[in-house]
Each structure stands twice: as structure tokens, then as C-alpha cells.
Design a protein around this ligand. Structure first.
Ligand code: CP
Length: 324
């Protein structure tokens, strides 16, 4: 594996989950693989889970880890080619990327949707430029339109807790005061479809996701109806995807908050969310604190999904060090 930005990069999902569960039993089995290898983690925006779990995963593999917060202490980066750089941006990504690549063996990139220009966001310019110009294997630690490390952790979690071969998994929109990207729901739907689970997506009219990820027949606009018989409820907010209101908040209707009454409609479903979560907007205290809430084991599995991905990228490296 030379890069990891979507479900196709990981290949066979059964094999990936099996590898994850094997690593979980002994996460220090491959400490030699990463010896004298360096992971550079680059953050264009904030993170708690991704930062800690990915760093831990790399350390489990024996790697050295460097973390760069682009917005704290680095030069401000210009991303557009052809711009006259007479503003506040002192360095161009086109120099910064190969320079960063020269200091490491593998690069993890965390970027975020601008939510102003749909075409720009869906081109994934930042992560794609790292893939093109760094000369290193690159993996997404969440990009503008996808969060594959999260979805892989979600898949591992569902595989651990499911009691039927093909569980009913419901992705539900829930209210949030700010405009959030479609990255997590896009990836979640992509991975759940690849796993061939019964996926139902519920949201208010106007929040339809990219049809490349969610087919129209998978949408149920009645949230309560969608919850009926569900084995897993995955809550997440996202902003509008449609051209006419891309990136906008169309509703903060708290009738969409996941609460105990709605959970009672399910097949005693587990509750999931990628975190961070706004309590009593997305989900009530009662549901997130219930014994059916998986938010903590789900976050813990971020270490495992990251470790599988970094392990596979390490295995793809040639024996020559980038520092040679
Ligand atoms: N779920 C997730 O990616 O969390 P962070 O934004 O804290 O990394």
C-alpha cells in the first residue's frame, strides 16, 4: 500500500479487520518494522484522537514521530499556484511538501474542508499535493471530504460488537451549531457499503450526501422509522452538500437529537459517534453514558486502524532510508 485516502486503498476488508484484531492482541509484535523510520504528522487543523492515536500507533511499530501544527509556529502556507505571494503567506506548499518529505519516511496529513467552494474541497488539493510532491507514502488523517482512519476504526468496532452477519447500521444527521464537513459521513457510508452492511441514512431534506457515497434508496427522511430495528446508530452532523447551499447549516432542529425514546425503537442498538461530540445537541447525556454507547471503544480503535495502515505503508517502503 503506497497511500491511504479511501476504502479502496486498504483492499480486502475481511483481511484488514483480521489484521487489526491480530494487532490488537499484541500491538508490539512489529516494533522492528519501524526501527529508524520516521513518521511526520502534519495538522492543518485541531485534533485530539487522531493526533494521539496515530502517534501511539507509530510508536507501537517502533517509529520516530514528528508532529507539525501548520497553524502554530510554521510559516503560513500558500496552496494556490500562480499567486503573487505579496500577502501574509511566506512559503508555498510546493516547496514545503518536498522539504517535509526529505525529513521522514511516511507522512500523515490532516486537512479540513473550507466549505466555501465545493469543487475545491472535493478535489482534495492538500492531500493530493502531498501524494504528488512529497516522494513518500501518504495517509489521510482526515481530509476535506473523507476520514478513512475513523471509518476503519468504526468498522473494526462494529465487527467486534455485531451479533448478526449483516447488521442494520443507521447513519443519522443530528443538529450542531456550526457548519461541519461531510468527511465523516462520506467515509462512513463508503466503508459500510464496502462491508455490505444494511446501511440506512436519515437526515432532514436538504442534507443529501454525495450520491457517490449514499444512494437515494438508502435515504429514509423519517428518523424514527429509520431507527426501527437498527443494530447500530451512528450519529453525526454535516453541512449541506448541494451546489445551491454547499457548506451551509440548514437546520439546528433538536428534534433530531438522539435520545432514549428513539433508541428504544431500535434492536437494542449500540450508539456510535466519532467524537468530539456536542452533548444534548447530537446526543443526550443519557444515551452517550448508557451501557450501549461505544464511543470510547470506538475511539480506542483509532490506534488499531492507524497501526494497520502505517504497518502496511512501512511494509511498502524500499529498504533505502529517505535520509540517505
Ligand atoms: N474523531 C476524530 O478524528 O477526532 P479528532 O478530531 O479529535 O482527531
Amino acid at each position: 500500500m503506497k497511500k491511504f485516502t479511501n476504502v479502496a486503498d486498504i483492499g480486502d476488508l475481511n483481511a484488514a479487520v483480521a489484521e487489526a484484531l491480530e494487532i490488537k492482541k499484541n500491538r508490539f509484535a512489529y516494533t522492528e518494522l519501524g526501527r529508524n523510520k520516521t513518521l511526520l504528522m502534519i495538522f492543518f487543523n485541531s485534533s485530539l484522537r487522531t493526533r494521539l492515536s496515530t502517534q501511539k500507533a507509530a510508536m507501537n511499530l517502533g517509529m520516530n514521530v514528528m508532529v507539525l501544527d501548520v497553524n502554530q509556529g510554521a510559516w503560513k502556507l500558500e496552496t494556490e499556484r500562480g499567486v503573487v505571494m505579496d500577502g501574509d503567506k511566506a512559503e508555498h506548499l510546493l516547496e514545503a511538501i518536498p522539504v517535509m518529505g526529505s525529513y521522514c519516511d511516511i507522512i500523515g496529513v490532516r486537512s479540513f474542508a473550507g466549505l466555501k467552494n465545493k469543487e475545491e474541497d472535493y478535489q482534495e488539493r492538500v492531500v493530493e499535493q502531498f501524494i504528488k510532491y512529497s516522494g513518500r507514502p501518504v495517509f489521510s488523517m482526515e481530509a476535506a471530504t473523507g476520514h478513512p482512519l475513523q471509518s476503519f476504526a468504526d468498522l473494526i468496532t462494529i465487527e467486534e460488537y455485531k451479533t448478526t452477519a449483516r447488521p442494520k447500521v443507521v447513519l443519522t444527521w443530528a443538529p450542531h451549531p456550526k457548519a461541519l464537513p461531510q468527511a465523516v459521513p462520506n467515509s462512513f457510508a463508503e466503508w459500510m457499503n464496502a462491508a455490505d452492511y444494511e446501511l440506512v441514512v436519515t437526515h432532514p431534506v436538504g442534507y443529501e450526501l454525495d450520491p457517490r457515497f449514499v444512494r437515494s434508496e438508502q435515504i429514509e427522511y423519517d428518523q424514527r422509522k429509520a431507527f426501527e430495528g437498527a443494530d447500530f446508530i451512528y450519529a453525526k452532523n454535516w453541512s449541506a452538500f448541494a451546489d445551491e447551499n454547499y457548506g451551509q447549516v440548514l437546520s439546528v432542529d433538536r428534534d433530531w437529537t438522539v435520545d432514549s425514546q428513539k433508541m428504544a425503537l431500535t434492536n437494542n442498538a449500540y450508539f456510535m459517534h466519532c467524537l468530539p461530540v456536542r452533548r444534548n445537541m447530537i446526543v443526550t447525556d443519557e444515551v452517550i453514558e448508557s451501557e450501549r454507547s461505544l464511543v470510547i471503544p470506538e475511539a480506542a480503535n483509532r490506534e488499531i486502524s492507524a497501526q494497520v495502515v502505517i504497518k502496511r505503508l512501512l511494509e511498502s517502503l524500499e529498504t533505502v532510508s529517505c535520509n540517505d
